[in-house]
Write a protein that binds this ligand. Structure first.
Ligand code: DP6
Length: 336
Protein backbone atom coordinates (compact mmCIF):
# COMPACT_ATOMS: atom_id res chain seq x y z
CA UNK A 1 0.00 0.00 0.00
CA UNK A 2 1.39 3.35 -0.98
CA UNK A 3 0.17 6.79 0.01
CA UNK A 4 -1.10 7.27 -3.53
CA UNK A 5 -3.73 4.62 -2.87
CA UNK A 6 -5.29 6.64 -0.07
CA UNK A 7 -6.91 10.02 -0.35
CA UNK A 8 -8.84 12.13 2.13
CA UNK A 9 -11.23 14.93 1.16
CA UNK A 10 -13.54 17.36 2.94
CA UNK A 11 -16.70 18.91 1.51
CA UNK A 12 -19.45 21.11 2.91
CA UNK A 13 -23.24 20.90 2.65
CA UNK A 14 -25.18 23.30 0.44
CA UNK A 15 -28.68 24.72 0.58
CA UNK A 16 -30.49 25.43 -2.68
CA UNK A 17 -32.13 28.81 -3.16
CA UNK A 18 -33.64 27.54 -6.40
CA UNK A 19 -34.36 23.87 -5.81
CA UNK A 20 -33.52 20.70 -7.67
CA UNK A 21 -36.63 18.54 -7.52
CA UNK A 22 -37.21 16.05 -10.31
CA UNK A 23 -34.98 14.08 -12.67
CA UNK A 24 -35.13 13.59 -16.42
CA UNK A 25 -32.81 10.56 -16.12
CA UNK A 26 -32.67 8.45 -12.96
CA UNK A 27 -29.56 6.49 -13.91
CA UNK A 28 -27.45 9.49 -14.92
CA UNK A 29 -29.06 11.75 -12.27
CA UNK A 30 -29.92 14.47 -14.75
CA UNK A 31 -32.23 17.18 -13.37
CA UNK A 32 -35.33 18.49 -15.10
CA UNK A 33 -34.31 22.05 -14.24
CA UNK A 34 -31.19 23.90 -13.16
CA UNK A 35 -30.69 24.86 -9.51
CA UNK A 36 -28.64 27.33 -7.51
CA UNK A 37 -27.26 26.95 -3.99
CA UNK A 38 -25.08 28.38 -1.26
CA UNK A 39 -22.39 26.13 0.16
CA UNK A 40 -22.26 26.41 3.97
CA UNK A 41 -19.18 26.94 6.11
CA UNK A 42 -20.57 24.60 8.80
CA UNK A 43 -20.92 20.82 9.18
CA UNK A 44 -18.31 19.48 6.73
CA UNK A 45 -17.95 15.81 5.89
CA UNK A 46 -14.49 14.25 5.67
CA UNK A 47 -14.05 10.99 3.81
CA UNK A 48 -11.04 8.80 3.29
CA UNK A 49 -10.81 6.24 0.51
CA UNK A 50 -8.05 3.61 0.57
CA UNK A 51 -7.63 1.15 -2.25
CA UNK A 52 -7.27 -2.39 -0.98
CA UNK A 53 -5.79 -4.51 -3.80
CA UNK A 54 -6.17 -7.76 -1.89
CA UNK A 55 -9.62 -7.18 -0.35
CA UNK A 56 -12.58 -9.21 -1.60
CA UNK A 57 -15.13 -6.45 -1.03
CA UNK A 58 -15.49 -2.75 -0.22
CA UNK A 59 -15.97 -1.73 3.40
CA UNK A 60 -17.86 1.40 4.37
CA UNK A 61 -17.84 2.96 7.82
CA UNK A 62 -19.64 6.10 8.88
CA UNK A 63 -18.75 7.99 12.04
CA UNK A 64 -16.84 4.97 13.29
CA UNK A 65 -19.56 2.37 12.72
CA UNK A 66 -20.32 0.09 9.77
CA UNK A 67 -22.64 1.99 7.40
CA UNK A 68 -26.26 0.85 7.06
CA UNK A 69 -26.89 -1.56 4.21
CA UNK A 70 -28.65 1.12 2.15
CA UNK A 71 -25.77 3.59 2.51
CA UNK A 72 -23.13 0.93 1.84
CA UNK A 73 -24.97 -0.19 -1.32
CA UNK A 74 -25.07 3.37 -2.65
CA UNK A 75 -21.36 3.90 -1.93
CA UNK A 76 -20.38 0.59 -3.56
CA UNK A 77 -22.41 1.46 -6.69
CA UNK A 78 -20.59 4.75 -6.82
CA UNK A 79 -17.19 3.09 -6.41
CA UNK A 80 -18.14 0.76 -9.28
CA UNK A 81 -18.50 3.82 -11.51
CA UNK A 82 -15.06 5.03 -10.46
CA UNK A 83 -13.55 1.58 -11.04
CA UNK A 84 -15.03 1.45 -14.55
CA UNK A 85 -13.50 4.81 -15.39
CA UNK A 86 -10.12 4.14 -13.86
CA UNK A 87 -9.75 0.56 -15.13
CA UNK A 88 -8.53 -0.31 -11.60
CA UNK A 89 -10.71 -2.99 -10.08
CA UNK A 90 -9.43 -2.73 -6.51
CA UNK A 91 -11.90 -2.73 -3.69
CA UNK A 92 -11.65 0.07 -1.17
CA UNK A 93 -12.09 0.99 2.46
CA UNK A 94 -14.25 4.09 2.79
CA UNK A 95 -14.45 5.94 6.09
CA UNK A 96 -16.72 8.97 6.46
CA UNK A 97 -16.89 11.44 9.34
CA UNK A 98 -19.74 13.91 9.61
CA UNK A 99 -19.64 16.91 11.92
CA UNK A 100 -23.35 17.66 11.93
CA UNK A 101 -24.88 17.11 15.40
CA UNK A 102 -26.90 13.92 15.65
CA UNK A 103 -30.63 14.60 15.30
CA UNK A 104 -30.16 18.10 13.87
CA UNK A 105 -31.71 16.94 10.61
CA UNK A 106 -29.07 18.69 8.52
CA UNK A 107 -27.08 15.61 7.53
CA UNK A 108 -26.29 15.97 3.89
CA UNK A 109 -25.81 13.54 1.04
CA UNK A 110 -24.38 16.56 -0.84
CA UNK A 111 -21.30 17.00 1.38
CA UNK A 112 -20.99 13.20 1.67
CA UNK A 113 -20.91 12.47 -2.05
CA UNK A 114 -18.79 15.52 -2.88
CA UNK A 115 -16.13 14.40 -0.36
CA UNK A 116 -16.38 10.78 -1.55
CA UNK A 117 -16.02 11.85 -5.18
CA UNK A 118 -12.87 13.86 -4.59
CA UNK A 119 -11.28 11.23 -2.33
CA UNK A 120 -12.18 8.27 -4.55
CA UNK A 121 -11.25 9.98 -7.83
CA UNK A 122 -7.86 10.78 -6.32
CA UNK A 123 -7.27 7.34 -4.80
CA UNK A 124 -8.10 5.70 -8.16
CA UNK A 125 -5.93 8.12 -10.11
CA UNK A 126 -8.67 9.84 -12.11
CA UNK A 127 -7.44 13.20 -13.15
CA UNK A 128 -10.57 15.34 -13.09
CA UNK A 129 -11.05 19.09 -13.12
CA UNK A 130 -13.78 20.63 -10.91
CA UNK A 131 -16.35 20.27 -13.69
CA UNK A 132 -15.51 16.59 -14.12
CA UNK A 133 -15.69 16.07 -10.34
CA UNK A 134 -19.05 17.82 -10.25
CA UNK A 135 -20.45 15.58 -13.01
CA UNK A 136 -19.23 12.51 -11.17
CA UNK A 137 -20.52 13.69 -7.76
CA UNK A 138 -23.91 14.20 -9.42
CA UNK A 139 -24.12 10.44 -10.05
CA UNK A 140 -23.92 9.82 -6.28
CA UNK A 141 -26.49 12.44 -5.32
CA UNK A 142 -27.64 15.30 -7.54
CA UNK A 143 -27.12 18.07 -4.98
CA UNK A 144 -23.51 16.87 -4.43
CA UNK A 145 -22.64 18.32 -7.85
CA UNK A 146 -22.96 21.77 -6.23
CA UNK A 147 -20.94 20.98 -3.05
CA UNK A 148 -17.79 20.60 -5.16
CA UNK A 149 -17.83 24.41 -5.25
CA UNK A 150 -17.72 27.05 -2.53
CA UNK A 151 -19.82 30.19 -2.28
CA UNK A 152 -22.79 30.10 -4.66
CA UNK A 153 -23.04 27.29 -7.23
CA UNK A 154 -25.19 26.86 -10.29
CA UNK A 155 -26.00 23.34 -11.52
CA UNK A 156 -27.04 23.17 -15.17
CA UNK A 157 -29.86 21.03 -16.45
CA UNK A 158 -29.06 19.53 -19.83
CA UNK A 159 -31.26 20.09 -22.81
CA UNK A 160 -32.94 16.65 -23.16
CA UNK A 161 -32.07 16.71 -26.88
CA UNK A 162 -28.40 17.52 -26.26
CA UNK A 163 -26.13 14.98 -27.99
CA UNK A 164 -24.48 14.17 -24.66
CA UNK A 165 -26.68 15.35 -21.76
CA UNK A 166 -24.28 13.80 -19.24
CA UNK A 167 -21.48 16.15 -20.29
CA UNK A 168 -23.86 19.10 -20.26
CA UNK A 169 -24.96 18.69 -16.62
CA UNK A 170 -22.40 20.06 -14.17
CA UNK A 171 -22.24 22.73 -11.50
CA UNK A 172 -19.95 25.72 -11.42
CA UNK A 173 -19.30 28.70 -9.18
CA UNK A 174 -21.65 31.56 -9.80
CA UNK A 175 -19.29 34.45 -10.44
CA UNK A 176 -20.00 38.07 -9.62
CA UNK A 177 -22.24 37.54 -6.59
CA UNK A 178 -22.62 40.86 -4.79
CA UNK A 179 -24.72 39.90 -1.77
CA UNK A 180 -23.22 39.36 1.67
CA UNK A 181 -25.63 36.67 2.83
CA UNK A 182 -25.97 34.12 5.61
CA UNK A 183 -28.43 31.32 6.29
CA UNK A 184 -29.80 30.88 9.80
CA UNK A 185 -30.82 27.25 10.29
CA UNK A 186 -33.58 26.72 12.84
CA UNK A 187 -33.03 23.26 14.27
CA UNK A 188 -36.33 21.50 14.87
CA UNK A 189 -37.02 18.13 16.46
CA UNK A 190 -36.41 15.65 13.71
CA UNK A 191 -37.57 12.08 13.68
CA UNK A 192 -36.64 9.61 10.95
CA UNK A 193 -37.39 10.89 7.44
CA UNK A 194 -40.86 9.80 6.31
CA UNK A 195 -39.44 9.01 2.85
CA UNK A 196 -36.07 9.49 1.14
CA UNK A 197 -35.73 12.58 -1.05
CA UNK A 198 -34.93 10.32 -4.00
CA UNK A 199 -38.19 8.43 -3.69
CA UNK A 200 -40.17 11.58 -2.82
CA UNK A 201 -38.84 13.31 -5.93
CA UNK A 202 -39.82 10.36 -8.13
CA UNK A 203 -43.33 10.20 -6.70
CA UNK A 204 -43.83 13.95 -7.04
CA UNK A 205 -42.85 13.99 -10.71
CA UNK A 206 -45.06 10.99 -11.43
CA UNK A 207 -48.20 12.05 -9.56
CA UNK A 208 -48.37 15.72 -8.53
CA UNK A 209 -50.73 17.78 -10.69
CA UNK A 210 -48.85 20.89 -9.51
CA UNK A 211 -45.43 19.68 -10.60
CA UNK A 212 -45.49 20.96 -14.23
CA UNK A 213 -46.37 24.49 -13.06
CA UNK A 214 -43.62 24.48 -10.42
CA UNK A 215 -41.12 23.24 -12.98
CA UNK A 216 -41.89 26.06 -15.41
CA UNK A 217 -41.69 28.58 -12.54
CA UNK A 218 -38.33 27.15 -11.48
CA UNK A 219 -36.96 27.57 -14.98
CA UNK A 220 -37.85 31.27 -14.71
CA UNK A 221 -36.66 31.54 -11.08
CA UNK A 222 -33.14 30.45 -11.98
CA UNK A 223 -32.15 33.38 -14.23
CA UNK A 224 -34.00 35.78 -11.91
CA UNK A 225 -32.12 34.46 -8.88
CA UNK A 226 -28.84 34.68 -10.68
CA UNK A 227 -29.53 38.28 -11.69
CA UNK A 228 -30.65 39.23 -8.16
CA UNK A 229 -27.48 37.80 -6.56
CA UNK A 230 -25.26 39.48 -9.12
CA UNK A 231 -27.10 42.78 -8.70
CA UNK A 232 -26.65 42.62 -4.91
CA UNK A 233 -30.44 42.51 -4.42
CA UNK A 234 -30.87 40.17 -1.46
CA UNK A 235 -34.54 41.06 -1.03
CA UNK A 236 -35.32 39.89 -4.57
CA UNK A 237 -33.22 36.74 -4.05
CA UNK A 238 -35.01 36.03 -0.75
CA UNK A 239 -38.47 36.38 -2.27
CA UNK A 240 -37.60 34.06 -5.15
CA UNK A 241 -36.06 31.50 -2.75
CA UNK A 242 -39.05 31.45 -0.41
CA UNK A 243 -41.58 31.14 -3.25
CA UNK A 244 -39.54 28.43 -4.92
CA UNK A 245 -39.30 26.37 -1.72
CA UNK A 246 -42.97 26.75 -0.83
CA UNK A 247 -43.87 25.77 -4.38
CA UNK A 248 -41.69 22.66 -4.17
CA UNK A 249 -43.38 21.62 -0.93
CA UNK A 250 -46.80 22.22 -2.52
CA UNK A 251 -45.86 19.76 -5.27
CA UNK A 252 -44.94 17.13 -2.67
CA UNK A 253 -48.07 17.72 -0.63
CA UNK A 254 -50.17 17.24 -3.76
CA UNK A 255 -48.40 13.99 -4.69
CA UNK A 256 -50.27 10.69 -4.43
CA UNK A 257 -49.87 9.60 -1.69
CA UNK A 258 -48.89 13.01 -0.31
CA UNK A 259 -45.47 13.68 1.16
CA UNK A 260 -45.19 15.91 4.21
CA UNK A 261 -41.72 16.97 5.30
CA UNK A 262 -42.87 20.17 7.02
CA UNK A 263 -44.32 19.83 10.50
CA UNK A 264 -46.36 22.11 12.77
CA UNK A 265 -43.05 23.42 14.11
CA UNK A 266 -41.89 24.29 10.59
CA UNK A 267 -45.07 26.26 9.93
CA UNK A 268 -44.68 28.12 13.24
CA UNK A 269 -41.14 29.13 12.25
CA UNK A 270 -42.43 30.24 8.83
CA UNK A 271 -45.00 32.44 10.59
CA UNK A 272 -42.23 34.02 12.67
CA UNK A 273 -40.15 34.71 9.58
CA UNK A 274 -43.15 36.47 8.05
CA UNK A 275 -43.75 38.38 11.30
CA UNK A 276 -40.12 39.56 11.38
CA UNK A 277 -40.45 40.66 7.78
CA UNK A 278 -43.68 42.51 8.49
CA UNK A 279 -41.78 44.37 11.21
CA UNK A 280 -39.14 45.44 8.69
CA UNK A 281 -36.70 42.50 9.01
CA UNK A 282 -34.76 41.21 6.02
CA UNK A 283 -35.31 37.45 6.14
CA UNK A 284 -36.73 34.78 3.85
CA UNK A 285 -37.26 31.07 4.43
CA UNK A 286 -36.29 27.94 2.54
CA UNK A 287 -36.91 24.27 3.40
CA UNK A 288 -35.68 20.99 1.97
CA UNK A 289 -36.59 17.32 2.40
CA UNK A 290 -37.04 17.66 6.15
CA UNK A 291 -38.75 19.93 8.70
CA UNK A 292 -35.91 22.41 9.31
CA UNK A 293 -36.31 25.98 8.12
CA UNK A 294 -33.29 27.88 6.86
CA UNK A 295 -33.53 31.66 6.81
CA UNK A 296 -31.68 33.75 4.25
CA UNK A 297 -30.63 37.16 5.56
CA UNK A 298 -27.85 39.75 5.34
CA UNK A 299 -24.70 38.41 7.03
CA UNK A 300 -24.44 41.37 9.38
CA UNK A 301 -28.00 40.81 10.65
CA UNK A 302 -27.76 37.02 11.00
CA UNK A 303 -26.84 36.89 14.71
CA UNK A 304 -29.71 39.20 15.62
CA UNK A 305 -32.22 37.33 13.44
CA UNK A 306 -31.04 34.02 14.92
CA UNK A 307 -31.60 35.39 18.43
CA UNK A 308 -35.05 36.69 17.54
CA UNK A 309 -36.04 33.35 16.04
CA UNK A 310 -34.76 31.43 19.06
CA UNK A 311 -36.65 33.73 21.43
CA UNK A 312 -39.86 33.52 19.41
CA UNK A 313 -39.83 29.77 18.74
CA UNK A 314 -37.71 28.23 21.51
CA UNK A 315 -35.61 26.36 18.94
CA UNK A 316 -31.84 26.32 18.60
CA UNK A 317 -30.39 28.15 15.63
CA UNK A 318 -27.05 28.12 13.88
CA UNK A 319 -25.69 30.74 11.50
CA UNK A 320 -24.07 29.51 8.29
CA UNK A 321 -22.00 31.76 6.06
CA UNK A 322 -20.88 30.86 2.53
CA UNK A 323 -18.40 27.99 2.75
CA UNK A 324 -15.36 26.73 0.85
CA UNK A 325 -15.10 24.28 -2.07
CA UNK A 326 -14.35 20.59 -1.58
CA UNK A 327 -10.67 20.09 -0.85
CA UNK A 328 -8.13 17.31 -0.70
CA UNK A 329 -6.02 16.81 2.43
CA UNK A 330 -2.31 16.88 1.71
CA UNK A 331 -0.34 13.67 2.31
CA UNK A 332 -2.92 11.59 4.15
CA UNK A 333 -1.65 8.64 6.12
CA UNK A 334 -2.83 5.39 4.61
CA UNK A 335 -6.10 4.44 6.33
CA UNK A 336 -5.99 1.21 8.32
C1 DP6 B 1 -34.81 19.18 -1.54
O1 DP6 B 1 -29.62 15.55 -4.10
O2 DP6 B 1 -30.64 14.38 -2.12
O3 DP6 B 1 -32.48 19.21 -1.08
O4 DP6 B 1 -30.16 13.21 -6.52
O5 DP6 B 1 -31.89 11.70 -5.57
O6 DP6 B 1 -29.72 12.00 -4.36
P1 DP6 B 1 -30.78 12.64 -5.27
O7 DP6 B 1 -31.43 13.84 -4.45
P2 DP6 B 1 -30.81 14.92 -3.49
O8 DP6 B 1 -32.01 15.97 -3.48
C2 DP6 B 1 -31.93 17.24 -2.92
C3 DP6 B 1 -33.27 17.84 -2.91
C4 DP6 B 1 -33.40 19.13 -2.13
C5 DP6 B 1 -33.27 20.34 -3.05
C6 DP6 B 1 -31.87 20.73 -3.49
O9 DP6 B 1 -30.88 20.49 -2.76
O10 DP6 B 1 -31.76 21.32 -4.58
Amino acid sequence: MTDAATAVATAHPNIALVKYWGKQDEELVLPLAGSLSMTLHIYPTTTSVSRRPTAAADTVTMDGLPATEAVARRVVRFLDLIRQRSCCGDHAAVDTRNTVPVGAGLASSASGFAALTLAAATAYGLNLNPRGLSRLARRGSGSAARSVFGGFALWHAPDPDAPDPDTASYAETLAGVRVDAALVAVLLDTGPKPISSREAMRRTVATSPLFPAWLSDTRLDLPRMRAALQAGDLAAAGEIAEDNALGMHATMESADPPIHYLTGQSYRVLEQVRALRAAGGNCWATMDAGPNVKVLCPADQAAHIAEQLTTATGHRTIVARPGPPARLHPHPKPAR
